[in-house]
Design a protein around this ligand. Sequence first.
Ligand code: FAD
Length: 387
Amino acid sequence: MEESALRREDKKVVAVVGAGLVGALNACFFAKRGFEVEVFETREDIRKAKVVKGRSINLALSHRGRTALKHVGMEDKIVSKGIPMNARMIHSLSGKQSPIPYGKKGQYILSVDRANLNKELLTAAETYPNTKLNFDHKLQDWSAETGLMTFARPHGSKTQTQADLIVGCDGAFSAVRKQFLRRSRFNYSQTYIPHGYMELTMRPRNGEFAMKPNYLHIWPRNTFMMIALPNLDKTFTCTLFMPFEEFEKISTGDEVIEFFQKYFPDAIPLIGAATLRRDYFRLPAQAMVSVKCSPYHIGDKCVLMGDAAHAVVPFYGQGMNAGFEDCIVFDEIMNQFNEDFSAVLPEYSRVRVPDDHAIADLAMYNYVEVIQFLLHMLHMFFSNANI
Ligand code: FAD
């Protein structure tokens, strides 16, 4: 086993575990403060990888997330590559489209490419001379007493390193969080919802977007829902949310078309029947989990942020945004307590747990209510249209 001492020039060492969206952004926040930042990521460098595996292709970036990006000078860069969505566009069964604005005139959320956002944040983190990105490092275990971490490396080797603070940004199935589970008075709950999701691509038509681009398109259908967010290459990524048992009922190309004919007929020519028949079976539907826990810290040694602390179901579009906000809240508390980890960490848990739990509850509430609400709006549109 190889051992490396991280401490340089007497600066405190902060290890960020996970270089996903929240980890990469957090590395910038800590680097800006002058800590020696070491980022450890289980995957290879996605900027060099041929295929980037992961969840949803694009995401809705809202005010919360933008504010955090602004703190590290990244807002303009990311916003310039986002597509504004001013309203939801509700698709009725008959194909009629009705917009519901997100807010006042001029307000919008942005559709951003997950992989690009992650890559830009990694590059931003790397521009700080006090930051080192370590890819192909999978955290296996760590000690709350010493801060010693053990990583699995490719080809079966292991490496150990030590840090003053470990920041767990390693997502919904966090390895950092496992250590918390062994401790007394740590509360934890995890809920899988009965729905899964599947992503389908709607290609451009005659070189243009197949639907109006500045909208988040929604097809609400009782227990199903499909949404579509625009991408810069003029495609839309459609996400079909449906109970797993419904996904499993469809096993042939003909059944896919029959299903779309019944529930999303206007989407068939837009996605293309042949594409639908093929792409529906490309990947199995993915599960969605909601994780709540508290506290978010252990002593002055470790803190959880992003999905590692609060994975939420995606119906509120706030998972990443809330994770980005975690970074600002932590940063503000660092100012308040002069970077004294023994005071900052408990305060962070005290302040942040209730807010993140509220986001998780709102997301779950939206999961239950959103389809019913949108159907209701749809009925209202049509009854008004009849008057
Ligand atoms: P992750 O993105 O999961 O990153 C964790 C990182 O840690 C990964 O890079 C992983 O490889 C690494 N890692 C894991 N284990 C280890 C280990 N043992 N050692 C080292 N590294 C490790 N949010 C929004 O705000 N807006 C949206 O519109 C939105 N849409 C969504 C749609 C879908 C279908 C889904 C599923 C989620 C959506 N979300 C959305 C939520 C959003 O994807 C997450 O909240 C966000 O990705 C969390 O970022 P994270 O960095 O905390 O975790």
